[in-house]
Design a protein around this ligand. Structure first.
Ligand code: ZN
Length: 426
């Protein structure tokens, strides 16, 4: 049992209740309490932001099956180091998390080795092959918080419709990696545009993403099921999402750090640290993503933390796997770009996009500082300047495009269930 905590004098931001004030926050027996405990550990949070523990709803922990890339132990340490108290694990493991036995195994493994909360998702289709629906009901009973075939978008609209109907019966949202395979074939490597032409690399057009966003809007409207578009990268997707939400459709979207920090111009050097799916696009897309965040069209921020072993990325461009790590740089990138440089959100909005908004979508009892809720807290220093050093990552992955970047804003302490699991020294 952890010691009670009295977190003193910080700027307490709890978007779930609209609270934003300099105050004390108390945790005892792993939950928030209204009054301080006499034998508590005192934490001085003066000059810092005290907010609900951050939730990353898009994380690849790689276990079971890809322990050379990451494990639940190392991935959750990376989460803690980045300020996240909860991660939502994608099911594209080996074997694919497409039945309740694997979900139970992951939950046990997370309880044994995880440093933060792990919420599993289940595959939409068996083996994420896009053909036969996975046993979503049985996986719901086993504790999944959503279904997704992330990495392999379900191409059949009929299968996706049945998935939305089936998931909706259990109140589960469907998360979609929006990508039409006929427009973005298996050979596509980067965004289709000026740089793909110049570099001679096959490209993905924006509409490969946008067509599926439009499809998902229609399926959500038809079924009433919440469909969430993962890692949006294209300006047109933001427009489609905005229109769908204006019609009252339960469609939502998330944005990842790299898609607002980098354009496809970064591919000039054929550096595989910039190879991801969906790809880096153009400045006009970044502007649209920022606009979508500013006007509330996009309500969730996530990382798509996708670790790979160093040797896997140190190959010719076409042969390298897609994806970058994100857990340990996300808070820095989001604070630096959204809060300081572009000023598209204020702190309460930024906190909401990383806490209560994903918690509400997924039905988690997290993302709030309400009395009685699990005592997950992130203490932020939004002005702290630091330099990204990939060699110091807790993740096994070193595949980041942000090595050496100077960022403003960092999580300085991560508390899960009243227990400090990570602290950055002064
Ligand atoms: Zn994906």
């Amino acid at each position: 049992m952890s010691h009670p905590l009295n977190i003193r004098g910080g700027r307490v931001i709890d978007p779930a209740s609209g609270r934003d004030e300099v105050a004390d926050l108390f945790v005892a027996d792993g939950k928030f309490t209204a009054a301080p405990a006499p034998d508590a550990v005192e934490i001085d949070a003066r000059g810092l932001v005290v907010c609900p523990g951050l939730i990353d709803m898009h994380v690849h922990l790689r276990e079971p099956g890809h322990g050379a890339k990451e494990t639940i132990a190392t991935g959750t340490r990376a989460a803690a180091a980045g300020g996240f108290t909860s991660v939502v694990a994608m099911p594209n493991t080996n074997p694919v998390a497409d039945h309740p036995g694997i979900i139970a195994w992951m939950e046990e493994r997370a309880a044994e080795t995880g440093l933060v909360n792990v919420f599993p998702t289940g595959a939409i289709t068996v083996g994420s092959q896009g053909e036969q629906l996975a046993p979503i009901g049985a996986m719901a009973s086993a504790g999944i918080v959503a279904v997704t075939d992330d990495g392999r978008c379900v191409q059949s609209h009929e299968v996706m419709r049945r998935a939305a109907e089936y998931a909706g019966m259990f109140g589960l949202p469907v998360l979609d990696h929006c990508q039409d395979a006929s427009l973005a074939g298996p050979e596509a490597l980067i965004h289709e545009g000026f740089w793909s032409t110049l570099l001679g690399l096959p490209g993905w057009p924006r509409m490969a993403e946008e067509i599926i966003v439009a499809r998902d809007a229609m399926l959500s409207a038809a079924t009433g099921t919440k469909i969430h578009c993962q890692h949006l990268s294209s300006a047109g997707s933001v427009r489609l999402l905005r229109e769908a939400k204006a019609q009252g459709i339960a469609l939502s979207g998330e944005v990842c750090p790299h898609h607002i920090a980098l354009t496809d111009e970064a591919l000039q050097g054929y550096d595989t640290s910039f190879k991801m799916n969906p790809p880096l696009r153009e400045q006009s897309d970044i502007d649209a993503l920022l606009g979508g965040i500013a006007d509330g069209t996009i309500e969730i921020l996530a990382t798509d933390h996708a670790p790979h072993a160093v040797y896997e990325k140190e190959v010719e461009f076409a042969a390298a796997p897609f994806g970058i790590v994100g857990l340990e740089t996300a808070v820095g990138i989001f604070c630096d770009i959204l809060l300081h440089r572009q000023q598209v959100v204020d702190l309460p909005r930024l906190v909401a996009m990383l806490t209560i908004n994903p918690a509400r979508l997924l039905g988690l009892d997290r993302g709030t500082l309400a009395t009685g809720a699990p005592g997950d807290v992130t203490i932020l220093d939004p002005d702290r300047e630091w330099t990204v050093d990939k060699e110091k990552f807790a993740s096994k992955g070193r595949n980041t495009p942000f090595h050496g970047w100077k960022l403003r804003g960092r999580a300085v302490r991560t508390i899960v269930g009243g227990q400090t699991v990570w602290e950055v020294s002064a």
